[in-house]
Write a protein that binds this ligand. Structure first.
Ligand SMILES: C[S@@+](CC[C@H](N)C(=O)[O-])C[C@H]1O[C@@H](n2cnc3c(N)ncnc32)[C@H](O)[C@@H]1O
Length: 240
């Protein structure tokens, strides 16, 4: 599993945070419950644009493989990459338990993978990861490099404004306890305008923004037009 890392775009405290929780990745009632709950929504979103069956996909910042497995079950061949070794071990074990073929995992940064395998993937997904790294523009550039010229690239993150501070940090971490305190750093949230600029600079155009909404009364997540808080972007390469 161990590969030499030549990159610097990583915050070791973030990796440690996720490593501490690694044994809980597949516990649907754990700190990862929100990711399990939004998983069918984001899978459908990706599949609607990119038709996953038969595609070669990389899942950047894959964690324990919640989305990686779902993408593979939809018919893709999927590589999950992360820098938290414990999470990758859990992902590999879970794939063995579920007897899932066509999925593999590697401890490698997105920057190093992009240098090694440019334009190799039909679909690149990078969900809930860029708000945990020092340089999200580098992640976006690398994801763009990994995609084939006609490929699809998907990102998700959290907007930065008073509403997102209230919902994602105060409510989720302190009032409702959906996430451990300290999961998110408000300063690292990414506005849609910032994402659009970083995508343009990486040669990507954003085809669609879609938001997530959570109703605490019904405990139901759904997709919505508002991108005030959690949102996804579907991108393509800008053709010369
Ligand atoms: C909130 S989790 C999201 C996991 C998965 N993408 C999902 O949405 O289900 C964030 C993930 O990003 C990973 N991560 C943080 N910094 C990273 C980096 N510099 N390179 C790769 N992965 C990183 C963490 O280890 C963790 O697995």
């Amino acid at each position: 599993m161990t590969e030499p890392a030549t990159h610097i775009n990583v915050d070791p405290s973030e990796i440690e945070k996720f490593s501490q929780l690694a044994h809980k990745w597949w516990d649907q009632e754990s700190e990862f419950k929100p990711l399990h709950r939004i998983n069918p929504l984001r899978l459908q979103y990706i599949d609607d644009y990119a038709s996953l069956k038969g595609k070669n996909v990389v899942d950047v910042g894959c964690g324990g493989g919640i989305l990686t497995e779902a993408i593979t079950q939809a018919g893709a061949t999927t590589l999950g990459v992360d820098l938290a070794e414990k999470s990758l071990k859990i992902a590999q074990l879970h794939a063995i338990e579920t007897e899932l073929q066509n999925v593999s995992y590697r401890l490698v940064s997105v920057e190093d993978l992009a240098a090694e395998q440019p334009k190799q993937f039909d679909v690149v997904v990078c969900m809930e990861m860029m708000e945990h790294v020092p340089d999200p523009a580098s992640v976006i550039r690398s994801c763009a490099q990994l995609a084939k010229d006609d490929g699809w690239i998907f990102f998700s993150t959290i907007n930065r404004n008073p509403k997102s501070y209230f919902q994602s940090i105060l409510a989720a971490e302190y009032i409702m306890g959906l996430l451990p305190r300290g999961t998110h750093d408000y300063k690292k949230f990414v506005t849609p305008a910032e994402m659009a600029r970083m995508c343009r600079n990486a040669g990507l155009e954003i085809v669609n923004f879609t938001g997530f909404t959570f109703n605490p009364l019904t405990d139901v997540y759904s997709l919505c037009d508002s991108i005030d808080v959690n949102y996804m972007a579907a991108c393509r390469k800008i053709q010369a």
